[in-house]
Design a protein around this ligand. Sequence first.
Ligand code: PFF
Length: 467
Amino acid sequence: MSDTEVSSENRGQWSSRWGFILAAAGGAVGLGNIWKFPYITGENGGGYFVLMYLVFILLIGLPIMVAEVLVGRTTQKSPAGAFRSMSKAGSPWILAGWLGVLTGFIILSYYSVVAGWALHYTWFSFTQGFTGMDADAIGSAFGTLYADTSTNVFWHLIFMLLTIGVILGGIQRGVERAARILMPVLLLMLLVLLGLAIFSDGFGRALDFVFKPDFSKVTSAGVLEALGHSFFTLSLGMGAMITYGSYLKKKEDLVAASGMITILDTVIALIACMVLFPITFSFGLEPEGGPGLVFVNLPIAFSQLAGGVFWSTLFFALLVLAALTSAISLLEVVVSTVIDEFKWSRPMATLFCGGAITLFGLPSALSGSEDSFFGNGFKDHSAFLFDGETGKNWFDTFDHLASNWLLPIGGLLIALFVSWRVSDNAREEAFKSGSRFARWYWNWLFLLRFIVPIGILSVILHKIGLI
Ligand code: PFF
């Protein structure tokens, strides 16, 4: 059977454990690491935010990653089917799987718009470059792009076409091959940029900013954001890792693989900060640059660097590659669920779901325009979500909703399901099978049963003012 006809009985499989690790890490490492993490770190005061994020990754993210991969590997199914086959007939747990599909659908719709900015910047760097532009001109170039609806729509369509194309290729041929080539290139490119940043004047200040916590800056919105981002960056809480785990052979060590993915993702996010903030400080710029941080501060540095055209093309191409491997995993969750649940063919499921997400992403592509209903106009409609502050445009509202609420809630459901609902024997056997970390079983279970739910619930309840 070819992998265009994958069914739940006879699915594609990763050719090796490293095939799985690279593909899953390729899914995890993306715009979240390079675009979002530095800018929300900048907005939330640096060190304390990074510390919260690291604590959440270790105590909440990693145990959930193991739980998701375990469910996927055990059931060899995509999220909805996985929940169904591990619970009783007619059980409502299947809704947790569908919640993940909804979340993936929403995230990809706006993710593609940011990836579109990266495509635009790659093209611009290559054809014109930032050399000769001053800081104001570069700042207003991003402002112009942000508000330019037709350019945003154009690149959004191009990026969705690329993503749909890879998924049409099937799991082995498309995703694995792409990830195997792109992941090491990506890491290498980042290390070269880090080498440049280390010798810049701002490196010492950047180290302080990123690693010295200033607890006077703590806010409940910031803690919720750190929690949400720990899910977003590791692709947790929506079944992406269930889907990836479902293509993993039963004898593979899922704990080691999950640990490796988590370490790779976290290290890359920290390197991205250590590329970005030294440059920000060296050029006397502000860390609170918002979503434009990567698209303004870096080009300002590139404009003054020898070989700037080369460096900026390299960097934005890297961002597109990282975004593409993540977008692949987002679309794969939606598509594999439709294939497994409705027995559609892969091409039909991919075209239908990819098309629907592309349409749903259009309002995000229009969100930067003041005149658009989805831009300023939408702020009145979303104010209720933001504690009576002013609301946000369509794009920011859905980003907030998906990453800060839907992912943690999805993660909570997965943790509760695996730790309380799945039978002791099945869980223990699956965790220990082929694992060098079998003796960590009870520690993992303790985290999943108590620390994860208490952690997520207390952040959420505090944010909505109940505790
Ligand atoms: N982890 C990706 C990133 O950091 O860019 C985003 C993402 C991909 C989230 C896949 C969720 C997901 F299922």
